[in-house]
Every structure is written in structure tokens, then in C-alpha cells.
Design a protein around this ligand. Structure first.
Ligand code: RB5
Length: 189
């Protein structure tokens, strides 16, 4: 049982957690997608890997803007909906992104709802997910450096499109700092 007595969803359980699955996901730090000096990655070397993205009905317009932004950055978007005029329940949306990451279809994701709160709560019930609700660039940088967050969460009714784009670019380009943060992140497993 998860803390507080609620069962975690089956898709969140240890086995089959994809590229970041099992214990190893906390050992192998997730570098910025544009590379960094610390691990010697070549800038752009991970650009073929898609970023999974999904929203409920409240986030459809922001999702479209961020899909376009991902393409502008040379990154592929794995868009799991919701489409225009399709009401969607935020737990279902979050489960879709968690499942895609668990299956290894992507390592990083973006979730959007009206406030960002609903998809955050739902996404973080999955053991393979560290979802961070961000309203500014500093948060999106620190959630990567300190928390090794693998899902960026945005509230479409809370922030503007340009701030959201900046949060996205920062989230994708910032590596996990490791060091003293690594054992703390490991305790989240
Ligand atoms: C939908 O109206 C809204 O409740 C949802 O997008 C989200 O903000 C929930 O947390």
C-alpha cells in the first residue's frame, strides 16, 4: 500500500517501468535533453526521443502551443490527447502519460489541466513518475536539478503561453544535479 493507505495504480508498480524503471531509474540520472558538459553528451543527441504530452479539456490550447514549441525545438511530441471539444477527466490523462513513460515510449512528459493540480496529484500516484507543477522558470529548473522530475506539469488557467514555453525549454535542457540530491530522490521510489 502507498503511504496514506491508497493503492498505487498497477501501471506504477516496480516491473516494466521502461527506461527509468525499477531501482535503476534513480541511479541513472536524466541529463538535459540538449546535453550537458558534466556527462559529455553531445547537444541534441537525444532529440529523436519524443516528449509525451497530454491535457484535459482545460489545457487543449496550451497543449497545442507546446506541441508546436517542441517541434520548433526539434523535438518530437507524442501527443496523447485530449483533442478539442473532448471532455477528459484529469486522472485518466495523467495515467496515459505515466503508462507511456512506464512503457519506455518516452522518458520525459508534460501534463496540463486547468490548475495543474489535478494532473499532479494523479501523476504522482505512479511510482515511476516525479511530476512537478511549475509556474515559473526557476521552478522548472529546480525540479530538474534537485528532484530529477520526469514530468512537467502546467496549469493552463494559471500561466501564460510564453511562460509555459520558457518552463518547457528549461525543463528539457536542465540536467539532474545528482550529488546530495540523489539519495533524497532515491527515497521517493
Ligand atoms: C477542469 O474544469 C478542471 O477542474 C481541471 O482542469 C483541473 O484544474 C483540475 O485540477
Amino acid at each position: 500500500m502507498a503511504p496514506g493507505g491508497s493503492e498505487r495504480p498497477d501501471s506504477a508498480r516496480g516491473k516494466g517501468c521502461g527506461l527509468l524503471g525499477g531501482v535503476a531509474r534513480h541511479v541513472v540520472s536524466d541529463p538535459g535533453l540538449f546535453g550537458n558538459e558534466r556527462n559529455g553528451m553531445v547537444a541534441g543527441s537525444m532529440q529523436a526521443e519524443p516528449i509525451v504530452i497530454a491535457s484535459d479539456h482545460a489545457g487543449v490550447d496550451l497543449k497545442s502551443a507546446l506541441v508546436a514549441e517542441l517541434e520548433r525545438l526539434g523535438l518530437a511530441a507524442l501527443d496523447l490527447g485530449t483533442g478539442p471539444a473532448q471532455p477528459a477527466d484529469y486522472p485518466d490523462v495523467a495515467d496515459r502519460v505515466a503508462a507511456a513513460i512506464a512503457a519506455g515510449r518516452a522518458r520525459r512528459g508534460v501534463l496540463i489541466c486547468g490548475t495543474g493540480i489535478g494532473v499532479s496529484i494523479a501523476a504522482n500516484r505512479h511510482r515511476n513518475i516525479r511530476a512537478a507543477l511549475c509556474h515559473d522558470v526557476s521552478s522548472s529548473r529546480l525540479c530538474r536539478e534537485h528532484n530529477d522530475a520526469n514530468v512537467l506539469v502546467l496549469g493552463a488557467r494559471m500561466i501564460g503561453t510564453e511562460v509555459a514555453k520558457d518552463c518547457l525549454a528549461t525543463f528539457l535542457s536542465t540536467p539532474f544535479a545528482g550529488g546530495r540530491h540523489a539519495p533524497r530522490v532515491a527515497k521517493l521510489a
